[in-house]
Write a protein that binds this ligand. Sequence first.
Ligand SMILES: [Zn+2]
Length: 267
Amino acid sequence: MPPPQKKLKTTHPTADQDQNRGGFKAPAIPLPRLSTLRAAFERERKRVKLSTLPLDVLGEISNHLHPRDLLNLTLTCKRVAQFLLNPHQEYIWRNARLRTPGMPELPSFMNERAFARLLYSRRCNHCGEDNALNVRWTWFARYCSECLPKARYDGKSAYDRYYTSCAYLRDNENLQKLVNVINPSKCNDTFTRQGNYVQRRQLDQFLQEWHATETEEERRELLKQQKRLVRRRVKHAELCQLWSQTTGALERRKANRLAKLDVNVRR
Ligand SMILES: [Zn+2]
């Protein structure tokens, strides 16, 4: 049997060939005039870009925005983020908070930017990813599901770490008064049951500061400050939680509605 013949390469018919065969010739699209092109280029050149906006103008615009919009603005480009997250621009965030009805007052142990991020962003305090749904108000932090176990000690580990670190602390001080314990099981004997957690950062930082003290007076002062801080965190966490369930929930619903509307408009 002879081998199969190779197919000859063919090209698509041109419009002229189509016409000869009775096909339709598409009308030629006229090229834009040079003057039109020049005008478009000039318009593009003169367009104001966020990345090149003078900083005083950017500051003036930012000073009229909601904290959520400020956070979104920090995601647009590096230059804008560096400007807005600079401690010198703290006033922009403070004004945004004061303009926002129902927003809790700033806790004394946080700055305005971090507080706005806690309330309005979903950024994980550990990895920085935008999917942190686990808010721990008394820790003033939010974590993604992956980072939450890394950011805490369970009751047993916290107990071991605390009570073996110093004999004085073990014999005289109650850990629950020195760090904020999350106790979802609502049981009082915090460190003998499961479900009680301590923020790793809080405990490590306290122990580090404790070991850095040199005199009895310094230790007394540190204990006093630490207990005050824990009480402040508890008190302010209640305000933030209430805000999250009321005004915050309304604002989230409104933002979601606007986002859906925006998607529909863009379609
Ligand atoms: Zn994370």
